[in-house]
Ligand binder design. Sequence first.
Ligand code: NCD
Ligand code: ZN
Length: 372
Amino acid sequence: MSKTITLKKPFDAHVHLRRGAMLRAVTPLTAAEFGRAIIMPNTEPPIETVEQAAEYKKEILAACGGLTSAESRNPQGDALRVSGFEPLMTLYLTKNLTPAEIEKGIAGDVCKISAVKSYPYGATTNSQWGYRSILEAANVLKKMEEVGMPLLLHGEVHLNEDDEEEDPYDGERLFITDVLPRLLDTYPKLKVSLEHLSSENAAAFIEKNGEAGRLVATVTPHHLLYGRHEAESNPLLKVKPLIKDEKSKNAVRALVAKGLPFVFAGTDSAPHPEAKKLSPTGAFGIFSAPAAVELYTQVFEELGALDKLENFLSVNGPRFYGLEPSSKTITLMKKDWQVTEPVVTDEGDKVWPICNTVHGSGSETIRWKIQN
Ligand code: NCD
Ligand code: ZN
């Protein structure tokens, strides 16, 4: 008899869907794996008002509502079940973002805003609208603390005080040691999520200081699966924060295996067209949506921690956002499969998922499959 796991429908606490043709191509894939997702605001232009968030939400809902059967298939041609997906919207912490907009976002009359995302200026894809240091955004942070709006951190120091780039392998450690403690001290009630945790230092800090309603961390599939050597030789694995050494990978794996209530899934699935991704100056961002839940499951199985999987995927994330877990379920079956094709947008752009057999790193067999 084949082995199956049934879970409450997962929650992706960090996903990039883009706009237009790319959004239409990737949104059904996230919607097939996750019942809800926190939608990142680093589009072009960025999402910095509730009106823009409302428009963006409409576009996402249209992409997973009115599908033809031909469109609702993953790259392998499997039919996808995508109904009932709920996008949870965020605002980008740009210099234009005001305390008044935070109040509108919490009230939700135009569009409910679930969180505000901070990008360090220059560190990653579309981060050119971010502050150099999160601590400069005092008025907005004060308002967020007052009204209970969560702050999602791209937690890396990218530039030093002279505007020179720090070593990108060290950016997260610098943030954890120099910035995060000051932020937490200055805003003792602010709800903070350290996104895509990737280093030993961050894992140790979160294990010690995490608290379900106050300081949490999200973890991607790629920081659980890969080490620096694989990442440096495969442009598909170029991402911020960078994939680090084996010690860091093992620290992130050990953290999720503990089953802490303040650690949960955020895929950081971030699609880029092939031409932008597979070039020497390739864009930062890993596209994992077509197999994200399966890859997390595989890692938890390797760690002997399948009993911790449902809280990580489906319970801890909603709790941080004040939501109940999904009342729907998914079932995963133990079954080997491979991603052999790219996703193709309706404008003809190819987008390669992580772990595909064409541009892979030699470990492409996925061990679990969601049953649709
Ligand atoms: C993300 C993207 O492509 O939008 N890229 C990435 O490397 N993770 C932006 C981000 O989350 O840093
Ligand atoms: Zn991201």
